[in-house]
Design a protein. Structure first.
Lengths: 106, 890
């Protein structure tokens, strides 16, 4: 089976969606990325990435209840699909396999 | 927090503008949250800057692209909308019926008018060369007056008559062919001509045409050769009908000989298909042109010249060449000037009136009027729909509110309402097509046409566009207004009509009634005018009078005398006499050079009288009659005496003129003054009261009458006893057959022929009658709907009023007055409008009715009365309802 290509940034977003366990949405993902990786990201980049991931079928979304801090607007909450989980595992395995090939001296 | 910092408004608006609606909520929410976060951690400036950067950052395809509904949701929604539309129809049966019925009536009108117009337009429009065929018309300027007609200029010399433009093809290469055509049966001198083969004798309407006629025009030839049929002087062409009657089949007819008027033998060279009713030129047989110019009686008042051009754009240069050719051959000293012009052949039916010598107007006007009428009636029907929909919008508003809350888009709602009205329009169309099919025979009887409803492409397109048009127009208010309502407002407190929307509805109802009342006035005027023409005392008694053409043996002095004598003895015949022209439609005028001919050899005026100034020709209608003409026709004598056999001098010396002639001749004391007509000189013995010698479109013209006991042309007039028509005609036929065996007995009733002069007016009056009634009905349907709605709205109010002691009268007047005021207002607008238009229309008649106040009063009262009946029906119902019931309902 041909593997779906996943970009590095997409991989981070996907991992964070998995890490946030069903509570992931645009703002907290952005903040987590900044906190965990010290990268400068903007919320629109995260949205674009989420959009692509959803198109690829790695995540699904649902709308939350209205939230007062957001002026009564709802959040779009993301969860990883089975396919997304599988992809993450595949990536991890490939990486681990590749690390095994690398001499220990490095 | 009243002084809470907010993101920059413009950036937010920008975001709302470009962002796809299905993403907007989460994006806006995220940005808001982020903004608050930055506000806390980095300050206002950074937060705002960040917000703006992010808004621009979101300008990516994924955020801009609108999500499309998948096809399944479209079909689901369509199904749902159809279901809702159906439920609405079922739940509000009365409203739906009013709507559909009103629309159907409007569409029926439109369809009929369309069919009528199509039929009118198809006249003379079937010739293959149609684009390049032109009729020559002439404009004659004489004595300061300009007259136009389709006549062809003629020249007379020792060799006989000649047409000066006959060889135009030689000087103008743009002219491919020229044709001449003249009927043999038209007034004043023409009549159906008798053709005989063996013992078979019949009368037919014949015409004469030159050899190009059958090739230039598309009258299909089914046997023989079109190109040579009318070439030689013996040649003739006959219709399929004739061929069947005389020879059994078209193929048998070719080469056979037919005896014409018991005088000349012609050979059938071709048989053509029966001429269809959409041709202005109607003929059962064609004789060749050479015969017309040499051996036949000159029957038609106006021979028609037509040209086939190589290209339709050449008209200007051909007109110039025609005129140059004509001027070179006409007498330059003639007291009149003739100019020729070209008119497209297919326009001769619709644009056949001449204004200032040029073709302009005619039946075309009626087409225009009826197109407007059709549009107006359709608009009235659409307004009905709109009005009812507007009135009911309170109920639908709730539905709109709920729909919006559960997530319907505005586009979806607009689609729903338009869809509903288009569906109703479709129902209306089906009903109207059924109506048209059932009413078509009556319509054909009415208009004397043979219209058929064929579902060809143009008509299907028309029907579809009718549905779409009415659907869109009538659905526009609910679709555009209701769909824009704010759901919170509708659901919280029930929607009240704003002042403007009430005015809007009242305005629409007023508009409807303005049109209806205007149509009603127009109808009354048209009907009155037609009635006036038909029944007006035209100065003679046209009932129980038949006329017979003078021909065959009757054209000989002995034959005429024998017939007159024997016919007088037939029981039921009161009086027999003769006249040189049919007395109801005299077309011949002398001394006005109207037909381009001078009537005397030395070019002096044909008619002179005592004290006449030289060179002041007056247009006289001349007539020669028998001694008994005046009593036979029941004419009144204003002054002097009538012709009498007791005065020996009368047959040589006596003239009578009418009052108009006395006026135009400028005679103070006309009796005994000398007059001369052509070479006959005599004295005026009496003055006839004015009577109409021709159609009432024209004013009465001077008339000069003398006595000739016999002439070889004209008509025999027979006065028949009232109620004995059938047996008298049998007796007359018997006498006719014995004296004139080689001719078929044909007679015309004077009153019928008279009515034919006003056929167009009659049909138009009848049609507008029907349309006015329809318009009123449709308007009343709308009014009924409005009143019903209003009554329903005010059920409780009326209940309370009744409880507090209001009488039925109170409530009826409460409900009616509002609407009656609208009708009155409409009347005030419609009356002057219709009055002006009808005044213009009446200008086309020399004899016309006055636009008196009662016409307006009648239509006003009728409209108010009908409106009141409509309203009262509903008002009474709600006024008599038991208040207990109306108060209990919620």
């Amino acid at each position: 089976m041909k593997r779906v290509y996943l970009g590095e940034f997409e991989e981070i977003v996907l991992l964070l969606v998995a890490a946030l366990q069903g509570e992931a949405y645009g703002v907290n993902i952005t903040h987590e990325i900044i906190a965990q990786t010290s990268r400068e990201v903007r919320i629109n980049q995260v949205h674009a990435s989420l959009q692509r991931l959803e198109e690829k079928g790695m995540i699904t979304s649902r709308m939350s209840n209205p939230v007062a801090e957001r002026g009564g607007r709802r959040k779009r909450l993301f969860t990883v699909t089975a396919y997304g989980t599988q992809t993450l595992h595949d990536i991890k395995e490939v990486r681990a396999h590749l690390w095994n090939l690398v001499p220990a001296s490095i | 927090m009243s002084n809470k910092q907010l993101p920059p408004r413009w950036a937010n608006q920008l975001l709302r503008w470009y962002c796809a609606s299905h993403l907007l909520e989460e994006v806006e929410g995220d940005l808001q949250e982020e903004f608050d976060y930055q506000l806390k951690h980095s300050g206002v400036f950074k937060a705002k800057l960040d917000y703006i950067r992010s808004v621009f950052g979101f300008m990516k395809p994924f955020a801009i692209k609108r999500k499309h509904y998948t096809s399944t949701s479209i079909t689901t929604m369509t199904k749902h909308y159809l279901l809702v539309a159906f439920r609405n129809v079922v739940r509000h049966k009365t409203f739906a019926t009013l709507n559909v019925f009103g629309l159907a009536l409007g569409m029926t009108c439109c369809l009929f008018i369309y069919l009528w117009i199509q039929d009118e337009r198809s006249m003379d429009n079937f010739h293959t060369n149609g684009d390049r065929l032109f009729n020559v018309y002439q404009t004659i300027t004489a004595d300061g007056r300009i007259e136009g007609s389709y006549n062809t200029p003629m020249q007379f010399d020792s060799l006989g008559p000649k047409i000066p433009i006959a060889d135009i093809t030689q000087v103008a290469p743009e002219v491919k062919a020229i044709s001449f055509y003249a009927t043999g049966y038209e007034l004043p001198w023409g009549h159906p001509e008798t053709l005989q083969v063996g013992n078979s004798i019949h009368k037919w309407n014949g015409a004469r045409a030159n050899e190009n006629f059958l090739t230039m025009f598309s009258y299909p030839v089914i046997a023989g050769d079109a190109a040579t049929a009318l070439k030689d002087i013996k040649g003739m062409a006959i219709s399929r009908k004739l061929a069947d009657v005389y020879f059994g089949s078209p193929e048998n007819a070719v080469g056979k000989s037919i005896r014409y008027e018991n005088r000349i033998d012609f050979v059938v060279n071709a048989v053509f298909e029966n001429v269809t009713s959409n041709s202005t030129q109607q003929f059962d047989f064609l004789l060749n042109w050479e015969s017309q110019m040499t051996q036949l009686a000159w029957a038609s008042p106006a021979p028609l010249t037509s040209l086939l051009l190589t290209d339709a754009s050449e008209t200007k240069s051909v007109e110039t060449k025609l005129n140059r050719l004509l001027q070179s051959r006409m007498d330059p000293n003639a007291p009149y000037k003739i100019e020729l012009g070209l008119q497209p052949y297919r326009d001769q039916y619709l644009v056949a009136q001449f204004v200032n010598g040029k073709p302009q107007g005619g039946r075309f006007e009626y087409i225009r009027i009826f197109t407007y009428v059709a549009l107006f009636i359709l608009i009235i029907a659409c307004i009905n729909f709109m009005n009812l929909a507007t009135a009911r919008s309170i109920k639908r508003a709730k539905e709109v509110g709920v729909r919006k809350v559960v997530g319907s888009t505005r586009a979806g709602l607009i689609g729903q309402f338009f869809g509903e009205s288009v569906v109703l329009a479709l129902l209306g169309l089906l009903l109207s097509v059924a109506l048209v099919v059932t009413l078509l025979p009556a319509f054909n009887l009415f208009t004397g046409k043979h219209v058929q409803l064929e579902f060809n492409l143009p008509i299907v397109l028309l029907l579809l566009s009718l549905v779409v048009f009415t659907g869109l127009v009538s659905g526009s208010y609910p679709a555009l207004f209701l769909s824009g309502l704010k759901p919170a407002g509708i659901l919280k407190n029930s929607l009240r009509f704003s002042k403007s929307s009430i005015w809007f509805r009242k305005g629409l109802a007023t508009f409807q009634f303005v049109i209806s009342i205007a149509l009603l006035i127009a109808t009354i005027v048209m009907t009155q005018q037609t009635q006036f023409i038909r029944n007006t005392n035209i100065g003679y008694d046209r009932e129980n009078m038949v006329y017979i053409s003078v021909e065959g043996e009757l054209a000989t002095p002995q034959g005429y005398q024998r017939f007159k004598q024997q016919a007088s003895e037939v029981s039921g015949v009161l009086m027999v006499d003769r006249a040189s022209e049919t007395p109801h439609a005299m077309t011949f005028v002398v001394d006005r050079a109207e037909d381009g001919k001078t009537e005397t050899a030395d070019n002096s005026d044909a008619i002179n009288w005592e004290g006449k100034e030289k060179g002041t020709p007056t247009g006289f209608k001349p007539m020669s009659v028998g001694f008994d003409f005046i009593p036979t026709m029941n004419l009144k004598i204003a002054d002097g005496r009538g012709f009498s056999r007791q005065f020996a001098t009368d047959s040589a010396d006596a003239f009578m003129v009418n009052e108009e002639a006395v006026k135009q001749m400028g005679l103070k004391d006309p009796i005994g003054k000398w007059v001369s007509a052509w070479n006959k000189r005599g004295h005026i013995i009496g003055v006839l009261k004015n009577y109409n010698t021709h159609s009432l479109h024209e004013p009465i013209k001077p008339l000069i009458v003398d006595v000739k006991e016999y002439e070889n042309f004209g008509v025999l007039l027979v006065r028949i006893e009232n109620g004995k028509t059938k047996e008298t005609l049998e007796g007359l036929e018997h006498v006719y057959k014995s004296i004139n065996p080689n001719y078929a007995f044909a007679y015309q009733f004077l009153d019928e022929e008279y009515n034919k002069l006003y056929h167009t007016e009659h049909v138009v009056a009848q049609l507008s009658n029907a349309f006015a009634i329809l318009a009123i009905i449709i308007s009343c349907l709308g009014l009924l709907g409005l009143v019903m709605f209003s009554a329903e709205q005010r059920t409780k109010e009326f209940g309370i009023r009744k409880v507090l002691g209001a009488s039925v009268n109170n409530i009826v007047s409460l409900l009616s007055l509002d609407f009656l005021k609208l009708v009155l207002l409409s009347f005030c607008i419609a009356a002057p409008l219709a009055g002006y238009v009808m005044h213009q229309w009446l200008q086309g008649f020399a004899y016309k009715i006055e636009l008196s106040w009662w016409i307006f009063a009648t239509s006003g009262v009728t409209a108010v009365l009908i409106a009141f009946l409509t309203i009262a029906f509903q008002a009474l119902q709600s006024a008599t309802t038991n208040p207990v019931k109306s108060l209990k309902t919620e």
